[in-house]
Design a protein around this ligand. Structure first.
Ligand code: NBP
Length: 491
């Protein structure tokens, strides 16, 4: 007689995320069955990291399914894309209606929506969950953002909320919404992560090249910043990176090639912003800043040809930290104000997409999920949660009293820092595009009237008048154009 199933959940994918998540679940008293495409990795895992735990292994998918309690819960942590569809196709003939398939990889939310619908049609419950926090998060408490078929949530809630990070005693995990909502929220999280990293890098560039601070001095500045409103995981690791010395006692950061790469979630966020018509300018600039950095050899050539100001830290300054105390404070305030813009834009995108797909995303809940465990975790997210708690229908973070006052407090420094960067030839795409967004958002009359006239002039696209919005007009601007307006040729 076959042994009674004992596993609470099966996890497929024994790379860095999968292994650590299994160990985390084991620590919380759940029995996990491990499986991997290259089956030999199951034995290796059981003999090493999982030795002495309650973790069990499987030799095939059928063996794995036979070890699962009902409803069966199978979680995938494999490379996003066709590997996920491949496993789903192999699992479907082995499981029963009511069983649950969870994808914890960085999947495109459109794929998750498709999978959710396809599996629902066959009676299976699909969950696409964001998992953030990297290796350490997976092992000791990630931020988890599950979405998909809501009928699955009661069956996974206990496991997910037990293993997730906690913030003020609350789990950094809650149900996000239907279909691909979980992976969508994770994607926006990653886009915001791109923005935060770029902003910190621009602050580093200014502190280094305009203030003339050494790596250790910048590390001490970040240490101070980490004791206030900028307190966050990314400031903390930047502080540590800047003081880290290689075996030859040279700062490692100075040896690292200045050419950044990306894995795609920032790009997906940018594309979604364009599709939804939401100006997430800072995230897009952060993605393009990485792409520009990758043109290393062209930049080296151009640096010798193209004229412009080069930063010249004042010479003969014995204590630059003290000498530039005012500018350093201004850079901190510029970073903070820009960060507020970045989050305001990210939440605008979530609000619009939630309305488009009918997901009713809970913005306060999302802030709490990001408050701990994930890469963008910060004190600041607690303030965002408060803003949405006091007004769940808040149209934009910038009109919340707290954030409005904070941006007002920081804005003269922000403008001063942008000018300083421009006059010194320091590229600051994130700082400056954040400021341009702020000025655009608070401007009651933009020059789009001229744009509309241009569109109508060459393409008969029509325009509305200030005193009769909703009615479209076309003018024969040249005297030889016709009176017919365009309906298809869009510019
Ligand atoms: P990887 O993204 O490196 O994926 C490794 C796993 O995918 C292994 O189990 C591998 O099996 C399996 N796999 C591959 Br690769 N191609 C496959 C295919 N065609 N068919 C079936 N299985 C395949 O692992 P990871 O870094 O642990 O990430 C897992 C997921 O979590 C990814 O979607 C990732 O984007 C996401 N994520 C990663 C992090 C992070 O910090 N690393 C954070 C958050 C989310 P094999 O052993 O047989 O090659």
């Amino acid at each position: 007689m076959a042994a009674a199933p004992t596993a609470d959940l099966a996890l497929i994918g024994l790379a860095v995320m999968g292994k650590n998540l299994i160990l985390n679940m084991n620590d919380h008293g759940f029995t996990v069955c491990a499986y991997n495409r290259t089956v030999s990795k199951v034995e290796e895992f059981l003999a090493n990291e999982a030795k002495g735990t309650n973790i069990i292994g499987a030799t095939s998918l059928a063996d794995m399914v036979s070890k699962l309690k009902r409803p069966r819960r199978v979680m995938l942590l494999v490379k996003a894309g066709s590997a996920v569809d491949g496993f789903i196709n192999q699992l479907v003939p082995l499981i029963e209606p009511g069983d649950i398939i969870i994808d914890g990889g960085n999947s495109d939310f459109n794929d998750s929506t498709r999978r959710c619908k396809e599996l629902a049609a066959k009676g299976f419950l699909y969950v696409g969950t964001g998992v953030s926090g990297g290796e350490d998060g997976a092992r000791y408490g990630p931020s988890l953002m599950p979405g998909g078929n809501p009928e699955a949530w009661p069956h996974i809630k206990d496991i997910f909320q037990s293993i997730s990070a906690k913030s003020d005693g609350e789990p950094c995990c809650d149900w996000v919404g239907a279909e691909g909502a979980g992976h969508f929220v994770k994607m926006v999280h990653n886009g915001i992560e791109y923005g935060d990293m770029q902003l910190i890098s621009e602050a580093y560039h200014l502190l280094k090249s305009v203030c003339g601070l050494s790596n250790d001095e910048i590390s001490s500045v970040f240490e101070q910043w980490n004791n206030g409103e900028l307190e966050s995981f990314l400031i903390e690791i930047s502080r540590d990176i800047l003081k880290f010395r290689d075996t030859d006692n040279v700062h490692l950061v100075d040896k690292i090639l200045d050419s950044a790469s990306q894995k795609g979630t920032g790009k997906w966020t940018g594309k979604t912003g364009l599709d939804m018509g939401i100006p997430i300018t800072l995230i897009v600039e952060a993605v393009f800043a990485r792409t520009l950095s990758s043109f290393k050899s062209e930049r080296v050539t151009a640096s010798k040809l193209l004229k412009g100001p080069s930063p010249q830290p004042e010479s003969g300054v014995s204590n630059p930290l003290e000498h530039h105390a005012g500018l350093i404070k201004a850079i901190k305030e510029a970073l903070y104000a820009s960060k507020i813009i970045s989050y305001a834009q990210g939440f605008m995108l979530m609000r619009a997409t939630s309305q488009e797909y009918g997901w009713t995303l809970n913005m306060g809940g999302i802030s709490l999920m990001w408050r701990g465990g994930c890469i963008i975790r910060s004190v600041f997210l607690g303030k965002i949660k408060q803003a949405f708690d006091s007004n769940p229908d808040l149209s934009n973070l910038l009109v919340d009293d707290f954030f409005n006052a904070e941006v007002a407090r920081c804005q003269m420094s922000w403008r001063e820092v942008c000018c300083k960067g421009i006059t010194n030839g320091i590229p600051m795409p994130a700082f400056s595009s954040a400021l341009a967004f702020y000025d655009g958002y608070r401007c009651d009359k933009l020059p789009a009237n001229l744009l509309q006239a241009q569109r109508d002039y060459f393409g008969a696209h029509t325009y509305e008048l200030l005193d009769s919005p909703g009615t479209h007009h076309h003018t024969n601007w040249t005297g030889h154009g016709g009176t017919t307006s365009a309906s298809t040729y869009n510019v």
